[in-house]
Design a protein around this ligand. Structure first.
Ligand SMILES: [Zn+2]
Length: 447
């Protein structure tokens, strides 16, 4: 990447006119004391209007792809229409997607582990898929149902947002390769091998490490995903699972919403050795924005908040004990009422920088996790604020070409390679597919 520092002189010159031309960022609002002395963030009052215009030009013309958005849960549970305003504390809407210059959004089909222990994981996935279809049918002029890299480029040409789907949690396929294929047929284009729960064939980063990576069936799942043309997503998995997925996959893999462990020691983040292996594999790490994942200073306040809210959360869990969706919504609402101290956007950009340095400019993207995580950095709180990322990258000396790679071109390259491999395999989804199934997940209170 080009690291030429941008002249600071212009920041001086335009200082006084700034407030009039910089609408997207709160001017220093919410900056916590611990960082009050820092001036390295766009959230300070020194945003340069000329550079902002250049950032907007790049951003508006670029393909912008986000690897993970959980508004699908709200669309499914509450029949929330993207054309309106989402119920608090969620923030994704069509208007905000457009304001943020989004070209391709992955609507996450997140299946809670509750559906493993109680049954119905595949049904839940189908219900969520239907909510994405419903949104596209309600808003044909704004959304384009997308299942390929070409669809994403077409959406850009037509001024629409490409709506894509990714399954979060391999337990969604209920241990059946035929079921995996049906999800592909319905348009699902990535699957995160696990969520935080270890399933019957893959260990999760925050789950029990019972298999030490992928089982034999887990490797078969990866091979079948390769054959179909479904992206293998290693967000949430354990390091051993990630390593096995890299050994098994014939094509580049993705981490749809993960950040750098070297900057914040969290199991959800990826260590440098695996970042290098993802680079060698040709894959991409799409950076997660969640404060607790990116900012070491957020850990302690997060722990304190958990302790503070524990009694209320216990009460919610008791009151809605048969309704896991309601529990999650109530708890999100409660936590949003007790926000963590602000994290400046510069901390988020540090993760992008780090992955660029360790893995290379061709292996970084964005996977914000909006509406899955409620605590987001200043200036990157929802989809409408994505232009601030472009501004910050420009300010750090990234070239236009490199910024375009991070915003979306890297993802399109990986997607294209995965599609090309699947095409070489003949395109017979079921005719050539393994019918392998292992017994469906059974109720296991320890899972
Ligand atoms: Zn996630």
């Amino acid at each position: 990447m080009n690291q030429k520092p941008f002249s600071r002189r212009s920041a001086f010159i335009f200082l006084i006119t700034l407030a009039l031309v910089s609408p997207a960022l709160p001017q220093g609002a919410g900056v916590s004391d611990r960082r009050a002395s820092q001036t390295s963030s766009a959230s300070s009052v020194t945003r340069d209007p000329r550079m902002w215009r250049e950032a907007m030009r790049i951003h508006r013309s670029a393909i912008v792809i986000d690897g993970h958005n959980d508004i699908t849960t709200t669309m499914t549970n509450d029949n929330y229409d993207l054309g309106g305003d989402p119920p608090a504390p969620y923030r994704t809407s069509l208007a905000r997607l457009k304001k943020g210059g989004m070209t391709g959004e992955f609507f996450s089909l997140y299946v809670r582990p509750w559906y493993v222990t109680h049954g119905g994981a595949a049904r839940r996935t189908l219900d969520m898929i239907d909510s994405v279809y419903r949104a596209v049918e309600r808003h044909p002029n704004d959304l384009l149902f997308a299942t390929s890299a070409a669809d994403i480029r077409r959406a850009k040409q037509q001024g629409k947002v490409a709506a894509l789907m990714g399954i979060e949690g391999g337990h969604a396929i209920e241990n059946s390769l035929p079921t995996l294929r049906e999800f592909y047929r319905l348009g699902v284009r990535y699957m995160t091998l696990t969520w935080n729960n270890t399933n019957d064939w893959a260990d999760a980063g925050r789950g029990e490490h019972t298999h030490h990576g992928l089982t034999d069936f887990g490797r078969e799942v990866v091979r079948e995903m390769n054959r179909l043309g479904m992206l293998v997503d290693v967000a949430h998995v354990s390091d051993e699972t990630m390593s096995d997925a890299l050994d098994t996959s014939k094509v580049p893999i993705i981490a749809s919403h993960s950040s750098a462990r070297a900057l914040n020691d969290q199991p959800r983040n990826i260590p440098d050795d695996l970042l290098r292996r993802i680079a060698k594999n040709g894959g991409i790490v799409m950076v997660n924005f969640y404060q607790v994942f990116i900012d070491p200073a957020a850990s302690q306040p997060n722990r304190e908040r958990s302790a503070q809210l524990k009694a209320q959360e216990d009460e919610i869990e008791q009151r809605f004990k048969n309704d896991p969706e309601r529990i999650a919504e109530e708890e999100d609402r409660l936590e949003a009422q007790h926000p963590l101290p602000a994290t400046p956007i510069s901390i988020l950009i540090d993760h992008i920088d780090h992955i660029v340095q360790v893995a290379g400019i061709d292996h970084v993207g964005l996977g914000a996790d909006f509406d899955g995580a409620v605590d987001m950095p200043e200036g990157a709180r929802d989809v409408s604020e994505l232009p601030n990322i472009t501004y910050e990258l420009l300010r750090r000396g990234y070239s236009e070409r490199d910024i375009r790679k991070i915003l979306g071109e890297n993802f399109l390259r990986v997607f294209g390679q995965v599609e090309a491999y699947a095409r070489r395999n003949g395109g017979h989804l079921s005719g050539q597919g393994s019918t392998r199934r292992i017994p469906p997940p059974v109720a296991n209170p320890n899972r």
